[in-house]
Design a protein around this ligand. Structure first.
Ligand SMILES: Cc1ncc(COP(=O)(O)O)c(C=O)c1O
Length: 293
């Protein structure tokens, strides 16, 4: 059975799911998206993801063609149509079909809504047990002066370039610095370091305000760990007791090595492991039910 995707009002099999080559999402990365996970028959943090999608759209002056309630229902319907209990959902909203000009006013038919839903996605395979190997990319994160990192836009070329650098050295992930040289985030995840039972993560002025980041801050605080949001440098990463990344797709990913240097003992640290378990317990027990009882 093929996956069924929502494309501009219709549910179509994956092989027939198409958008116009004049869609400005395709031509210019002019659009926004979300990455959402479902666990155990529930969609985790659905309301927060839908809110962020609408904020991203507002920020790029993209008129959403439906309400938040309708978008929420479509995401749940995508899970139902694909028999998803545990899976990954990707709603995209593009500027829509226009002409070759950049001007969004040319996209007269309005935004295109697409929802992709697939049964499972394990991002790093066995790296969760051994810990991820991360390198620092030479490409700096696009500065907020040029593009707000809060906009989850369809233009990920900056992140793709970092990812290519990680691939070139067989690393699992790439860490990105901001223009000042402070740590920003990984190519598709936020980053934390742990020292003496205190967690530090960069402020979101230079990186995406991650929903997993926010969740992990709550979980750590509930467990009595201090959490600081402040800028830090590569020195602090290389010398940290522990390091981990967070993201909807990555979940909580322990980092064992950065730029060839072992972090702590070069394996997932105890606080990271505690938070990995706390996160797993939370995602398995909360969320919006896919099926109405
Ligand atoms: C650039 C970037 N940073 C961080 C994250 C993590 O955000 P979240 O935890 O909301 O998935 C993502 C993933 O969406 C991302 O693309």
């Amino acid at each position: 059975m093929e996956n069924l995707f929502y494309v501009k009002g219709d549910w179509v099999p994956q092989s027939q799911a198409k958008v116009s080559i004049l869609d400005h999402g395709f031509l210019y990365g002019d659009g926004v998206f979300e990455g959402i996970r479902a666990y155990n028959g529930r969609v985790f943090k659905l309301e927060k993801h839908v809110d962020r999608l609408f904020l991203s759209a507002k920020a790029i002056d993209l008129q959403m063609p439906m309400s938040k309630a309708e978008m929420t229902e479509l995401i749940l319907e995508a899970c139902r149509r694909n028999n998803i209990e545990t899976g990954y959902i990707r709603p995209l909203v593009t500027r829509g079909e226009g002409d070759l000009g950049l001007d969004p006013r040319k996209c007269k038919k309005g935004a295109s809504v697409i929802i992709i839903a697939v049964p499972q996605l394990s991002l790093y395979g066995d790296a969760y047990e051994r810990g991820l190997s991360v390198i620092t990319a030479s490409h700096r994160r696009v500065p907020p002066q040029s593009l707000s990192p809060s906009i989850k836009s369809l233009n990920y070329l900056n992140n793709v370039l970092a990812r290519i650098e990680a691939n070139a050295t067989n690393a699992d992930e790439a860490l990105m610095l901001d223009l000042q040289g402070f740590v920003s985030e990984a190519s598709a995840d936020n980053l934390f370091i742990v020292n003496k039972k205190a967690l530090t993560t960069p402020p979101t002025s230079t990186n995406l305000p991650g929903i997993t980041r926010e969740t992990v801050i709550e979980l750590a605080t509930q467990r009595g760990y201090q959490v600081r949001e402040q800028f830090f440098s590569l020195f602090d990463v290389w010398t940290a007791d522990e390091c981990f990344i967070t993201g909807t797709a990555a979940e909580v990913g322990p980092v064992a090595k950065v730029d060839g240097r072992p972090i702590g003992e070069g394996k997932p640290g105890p606080i990271t492991k505690e938070l990995m378990k706390a996160y797993r317990d939370l995602v398995m027990s909360t969320g919006t039910p896919i099926r109405k009882k």
